[in-house]
Design a protein around this ligand. Structure first.
Ligand SMILES: NC(=O)c1ccc[n+]([C@@H]2O[C@H](COP(=O)([O-])OP(=O)(O)OC[C@H]3O[C@@H](n4cnc5c(N)ncnc54)[C@H](OP(=O)(O)O)[C@@H]3O)[C@@H](O)[C@H]2O)c1
Length: 232
């Protein structure tokens, strides 16, 4: 069975991607902090794809946990075929604010995915195949003053994405970045917003499946996805 690691996957985009990859026959490695949400997602996906899901309760802001998770994956997976660096948090702030939103978002949005990927990199280079997807953001194209720390953390991640792409391409490992506008996910729960106008997570999940099914020579490097509403 091929292995797909999808981070931050009990809800939102990660949940949709996990579902789509399980339907494609992958063993999907799902992770998040909340054990109940994760168990529920596993149960729902396995209702149509029995035995397809492995779960890990963990915090991507805790590098010891990330390291331990990488070690577990390396032991339990003969090959790592897909890694979707999806986990991310959004805490609005401005450069003039004082608080810990910067440390929190640099941790979960950059150091966590960076640490996991670096730990798994040797396996990808040995295999000489596999596909890494990095979920960046529209803020990489248009920095957002009212989401300063988020923007900086996504820029750090984007820099890493570009280096990964250039480093791994000659080794036969594909790296694709997504740059979505607002996505209709749980992160908008409780907010008044025109969610039908947003990018829909199922569409992004289907795009990942389409990209995985492309011929060996084709590597989409960066994909922008605008929502139809210019205010989002
Ligand atoms: N939604 C948007 O409008 C939008 C737009 C552009 C880009 N993005 C990016 O798209 C990605 C997915 O966003 P989303 O909207 O799908 O998020 P979401 O609906 O809030 O879901 C986030 C998932 O990650 C998990 N998670 C959050 N913090 C975690 C942590 N510290 N450790 C482990 N798991 C954690 C959550 O579960 P727990 O809370 O239980 O841990 C949940 O499963 C993110 O990288 C985000 O920056 C989102």
């Amino acid at each position: 069975m091929k292995n797909a690691i999808v981070t931050g996957s009990s809800k939102g985009l990660g949940r949709s991607v996990a579902q789509a990859l399980a339907a494609e026959g992958y063993r999907v490695w799902m992770s998040s902090r909340n054990a109940d949400d994760l168990a529920k997602a596993k149960q729902e996906i396995e209702a149509s794809c029995p035995g397809s899901v492995e779960t890990q309760v963990m915090d991507f802001g805790d590098m010891n946990m990330v390291q331990a998770y990488a070690e577990k994956i390396l032991v339990e997976c003969e090959t790592i075929d897909v890694l979707v660096n999806n986990v991310g948090i959004y805490i609005p702030d401005q450069l003039t604010d004082v608080g810990n939103a910067f440390q929190q978002q640099m941790g979960v949005n950059f150091y966590g995915p960076y640490t996991l990927t670096q730990q798994l990199l040797g396996r990808f280079t040995e295999q000489k195949h596999g596909h890494i997807f990095n979920v960046c953001s529209v803020v990489n194209r248009n920095p957002r003053v009212e989401a300063a720390s988020y923007t900086i953390s996504k820029f750090a991640f984007w820099g890493y994405h570009q280096l990964l792409h250039k480093t791994l391409l000659p080794l036969g490992v594909k790296v694709t970045g997504f740059f979505p506008g607002s996505i209709n996910t749980a992160s908008w729960d409780g907010m008044e917003a025109p969610k039908d106008d947003f990018v829909q997570p199922e569409d992004m999940a289907e795009m990942i499946v389409t990209i995985l099914n492309m011929k060996r020579g084709t590597v989409p490097s960066e994909i922008d996805l605008a929502s139809i509403n210019p205010d989002y």
